[in-house]
Ligand binder design. Structure first.
Ligand code: OGA
Ligand code: NI
Length: 356
């Protein structure tokens, strides 16, 4: 099974639409999905904020407290911010800056990296290949980092000149941070420290990044920058725009707009960890709203299982009282859904649940 080679209709760059007085019909969401008319926004709440320095310190009491905070955030939220995570703040700023610069390059240069649904790698403007689908108000760049066989610097932008080396260093540090979080999650689930990492393929995990660019939008109340979805992979480390909010996380029947802390990463559980943990941890729906005054740039780093390994609930977490909720499936098979149908809330992981 594969994705088609080509998009079902000509690609329009959202960046080229920002000066229009009104958004084209293709971007107008049905009333229930619009930010202005759906459920009330929960304004005074934020997702948990955790300082990770305690994970690395020698102090075992502090380490236990930090693990407990992570545990609660994973069980209760599926989304949290981390600071003192070990990734250099200067590198985070540089990474955001080089991508901003890329999106501001002339269109002819960016078009040289235009992507196709076959691999999604490159400059893109839609997710999913359904003809006539309502589209999101964003452009993006998608690239592979691991496995090494998929990494191809020639598919990364050549401009600005520092982009490739900055992205290389940034991805390297995020792989390391993800590995530390995978250990913490394993311990917190009562599994052996290396359990999740091994289930993901050990050294052979996958890592990729989507840089989202949300241009200014003349009618932000009618559309979304990114429709509601859960991340299909393992875990996500999101570096949000430092100036412009936009990410919303589903909480009960409402949406919480994340208020980013300086130099924090937003961590969220993806569908593969929901499956491996037999839904003790859940991937949580999220979406992005846009605005008329400011564009927004975010870097979403995805840490994924080796794509041809079977992912299934950990035997240790399956009991007569908590039977396995999901059948075994490879990530390759799993991600075809979002790659063909586009973002659709949590319908995929929910549809997997074996009826009982
Ligand atoms: C994503 C995502 C959120 C954002 O890329 O999967 O959820 O704030 N991005 O851009
Ligand atoms: Ni996401």
């Amino acid at each position: 099974m594969d994705c088609p080679r080509d998009w079902p209709e000509p690609i329009v760059r959202v960046q080229s639409l920002t000066a229009l007085p009104a958004i084209p019909d293709r971007y107008i969401k049905p009333p229930q999905d619009r930010p202005a008319t759906d459920t009330p926004e929960l304004t005074n709440i934020n997702i948990p904020l955790i300082n990770l320095s305690g994970l690395y310190a020698g102090d075992s009491g502090l380490r236990a407290t930090t693990l407990a905070q992570i545990s609660e955030a994973c069980r209760e939220w599926g989304f949290f911010q981390v600071v003192d995570h070990g990734v250099s703040p200067g590198l985070m700023d540089q990474a955001r800056d080089v991508w901003r610069e890329f999106f501001h390059l002339p269109m002819e240069i960016k078009q040289g990296y235009a992507n196709s649904p076959k691999t999604y790698e490159g400059y893109g403007s839609r997710l999913g290949v359904q003809k006539g689908a309502i589209l999101d108000w964003s452009d993006y760049y998608f690239l592979h980092y691991l496995p090494g066989t998929l990494k191809d610097h020639k598919k990364w932008p050549e401009m600005p000149p520092s982009l490739r080396s900055v992205v290389e260093e940034y991805m390297d540090q995020l792989v390391k941070l993800s590995g530390r979080l995978m250990k913490a999650f394993s311990i917190n689930l009562g599994l052996e420290e290396e359990y999740l990492q091994n289930a993901f393929g050990g050294e052979d995990i996958g890592a990729c990044m989507r840089i989202n660019f949300y241009p200014k939008c003349p009618q932000p109340d009618l559309t979304l920058g990114l429709s509601s979805h859960s991340d299909p992979g393992g875990l996500t480390l999101l570096l949000p725009d430092e100036h412009v909010a936009g990410l919303q996380v589903r909480r009960n029947n409402g949406w919480i707009t994340v208020k980013p802390a300086p130099h924090a990463f937003i961590v969220n559980i993806g569908d593969q960890i929901q499956v491996l943990s037999n839904a003790i941890y859940k991937s949580v729906e999220h979406r992005v709203i846009v605005n008329s005054g400011k564009e927004r740039t975010s870097l979403a780093f995805f840490y994924n299982p080796k794509s041809d390994l079977l992912i299934q609930p950990a035997k240790e977490l399956v009991t007569p009282e908590a039977p396995a909720l999901y059948p075994a499936m490879t990530f390759d098979e799993y991600r075809l859904f979002i790659r063909t149908r586009g973002p659709q809330g949590k319908s995929q992981v929910d549809s997997l649940k074996s009826p009982r």
